[in-house]
Design a protein around this ligand. Sequence first.
Ligand SMILES: [Ca+2]
Ligand SMILES: [Ca+2]
Length: 396
Amino acid sequence: MKTRLSLFALLAAATLAGMTSPSALAWNTLNGQKPIVIAHRGASGYLPEHTLAAYTLAIQQGANFIEPDLVLTKDGQFIARHEPMLGGTTDVASRPEFAGYKTTKVVDGVATTDWFASDFTLAEIKQLRAIQPRANRDQSHNGLYEIPTLDEVITLAKTHGVGIYPETKHPTFHQGLGLAMEDALVARLHAAYGNDRDAPVFIQSFESANLRYLNTITNLKLVQLIDADDVNPDGSMSLVDPYRQPYDFIVAGDPRTFADLLTADGLAFIAGYADGVGPWKPYLVKTVADGVDRTGDGHLTINDRRVDGSTGVIEAAHAAGLEIHTWTFRNDASGYGFADPQAEMEYYFNLGVDGVFTDFPDTGVAALAAVPEPGTYALMLAGLGLVGAMARRRKA
Ligand SMILES: [Ca+2]
Ligand SMILES: [Ca+2]
């Protein structure tokens, strides 16, 4: 008995001295820090996306970062919208005064007929109200909220002490309209946060050239997003235009696909200008077809595949010195192989991602809380060691 107690004390001492695996004492992330929960377009699962109301709810739910996607108005003002088109997320279609603004533009090679933010002044944008774009989500807040500017989002984030994670949307498209995003964005962010790598700011983009340019004008952290068109029935990634490669690569004649950017060479390229990489989540987790009908609908589809650990992308990104933030986690549409959206995020946290984008920040926060804090085991052993030592002392 005495020997066993001493063993506990020894183990505890060894653990505290860091002699055991460092992974038991720190998060499995790039720098051993706790992962972050990024509110994707705000708490967009609950309220119309990219509104101050949706961002505020995300902050109340415990998100570490709020995400404004950015497009430019005719008068060069940044507003938070997922697309340069306004038809899907605002009430513009029901505003006869703006009927004449409906037009066709080519966005990343695709002819698109809609109302475009770049044809509206900020004053006109402020007359619109946000709507919930997903039919399966709560429509009762439609028509209540304005479209926020970047400055309004920054003020909100700084007031509440959370970070911001702005995305430059379609920079090549904007450039073609004579609306360059990068210098203006950096000027705004430096004014608010300073030119500081440790500021609570990540700038993200699906394009590469604009991030490479940003790297020459700011120390703020940059993240290369990695897209795909779909996942094939065999679990492999489907790469079809315009989701096949960064649009600036198409313009420049660079043949590399998004998948190519996740190879060792691709990650080394990204590490030359960015601090992190943001792949769509199916790039990160292996799935296996094992004949089990997990959805119980009598058919075997990609949704029935069993998840089987890391594809190696997380480890390769970390080896290249890159943080890895993945997307998008949704309570009303969990990913292949997962029925429970919280369990899905826990799985990714356990694999070592540095952050997750979710429309439901409360579920993200719950998932993170459900993953055992590193060091818990060491503290438990230390506690047992202490109890053992006290027991021995009483006996003596
Ligand atoms: Ca985004
Ligand atoms: Ca099934």
